[in-house]
Ligand binder design. Sequence first.
Ligand SMILES: [Zn+2]
Ligand SMILES: [Zn+2]
Length: 252
Amino acid sequence: MKICTLASGSSGNCLYVESGETKILVDAGISLRQIGLKLRKLDMELSDIDAVIVTHEHSDHTAALRNIGVPVHVARATVHLWSSKVNSLREFDTDTSFVIKDLSITPFSVPHDALDPVGFSIESGQGKKIGVVTDIGSVTALVRERLRGSNALVIEFNHDNDILLYSHYPWDLKQRIRGRLGHLSNNQASELLSDLVHSGLRHVVLAHLSQVNNRPEVAFESASSALRRTEEGTGVQISVAPRKTLGEVLAI
Ligand SMILES: [Zn+2]
Ligand SMILES: [Zn+2]
């Protein structure tokens, strides 16, 4: 399996996932043109993509869905938002697995202020597993359960509590970000990471960093100190997803 972030953060999210002959995108929150340009850097075209699977309806995850021209899988509660805009729309039920060629995908509920937001557990025919959670205000037992045993994790490291506290954001927005339905802090994400670490975990991608309320080196240090405290954590490679440029291509 291979993964690579095309963009990550509040200005747009898109993650490329490949397994054998199967190529999908998780979210399409940048322009179609940008998706095309970035796929070309990976020696692909948009027409090579089998499907897009969508975590939730916020525009930083869905900006390119209109006219994207490949099948789009969305949660049942959000179908009405897309039925007149997306040609090949497929719906999934939260916590019911579905298959795209050799990938088995399980969407699971996450706490976030959207209609029916999900994270994804994505398993390949070769028995590899990737867990993806961005835009999650708090960590539930279900989230831990669905992510357990992943060989690679893409986890939101949205904000640092101290940087957020002193940033210029208005108080009500700070409250929304910190709230149970908002976004994950470095501390929350690191706690989740240390709970999920196991000998088969190879990569963790720190995703959806706030440009204002976080810094890549602060998020990295938070994740790396959480991993250092565990025996299996030393074998895990950490990457920080860049906001607007291609991330590392990670082989799992
Ligand atoms: Zn988002
Ligand atoms: Zn969101």
